[in-house]
Design a protein around this ligand. Structure first.
Ligand code: FE
Length: 194
């Protein structure tokens, strides 16, 4: 898709998705999907992440919002939503480059990586995250871990993953989605200039 064919109002489309679906419970945790994304973006920001990684952190679970099959009628996440990282990355690729889409696509693999190389990390996983880890294939083997780390943006995905795990605090104070519009727009326009 050429840059000129990209939807000029990516930010509004994305914001609308979070406004419509963001109040769902995030993956068996005490926060909504929107609150979770905002907490992750905040953590990215406070860790001086570059703008693209802040956007990736904010939107890393967007695949759970755009896949209607990922939710049951009461709004709870279904077990079969196991490809949300791919769905989300594909969705975002119409507007953003790999600096955004790759950390999103790799954030589940990053968990499999981290559980392989760091037992303390695994011990700290939430119950739901441990449950989905098993469904996601479990910790990587040593070879898989090495292969993962050699991928472009693997380190960004690992950073994102750690914010992902930390961004599940009930009632944590964060800026609202509106606050992140300029950075989403900035990263989006950066791509359209290429
Ligand atoms: Fe997440």
């Amino acid at each position: 898709m050429s840059a000129t064919n990209r939807n000029p109002d990516a930010v509004s489309v994305i914001q609308e998705l979070y406004a419509t679906h963001g109040q769902r419970e995030y993956s068996g945790e005490a926060v909504t999907s929107l609150a979770h994304g905002l907490q992750c973006a905040r953590l990215a920001e406070t860790n001086q992440a570059p703008p693209a990684l802040i956007v990736a952190a904010l939107l890393h679970d967007i695949g759970q919002l755009i896949d209607p099959d990922a939710w049951d009628e009461t709004g709870n996440r279904l077990m079969r939503d196991l490809g949300h990282e791919e769905t989300g990355a594909r969705f975002l690729s119409r507007w953003f480059g790999p600096e955004v889409t790759e950390p999103v696509r790799l954030h589940v693999a990053a968990k499999r990586y981290l559980t392989a190389v760091n037992p303390d990390y695994r011990a700290g996983l939430s119950e739901d995250s441990e449950r989905t880890l098993r469904l996601q294939g479990g910790p990587f083997t040593e070879k898989e871990a090495d292969d993962f780390l050699a991928l472009p943006y693997a380190k960004d995905a690992v950073a994102l993953r750690l914010w992902d795990d930390a961004g599940k605090i009930k009632d944590a104070e964060t800026p609202d989605f509106e606050y992140y519009r300029p950075v989403i727009y900035f990263v989006y326009s950066d791509v359209t200039k290429r």
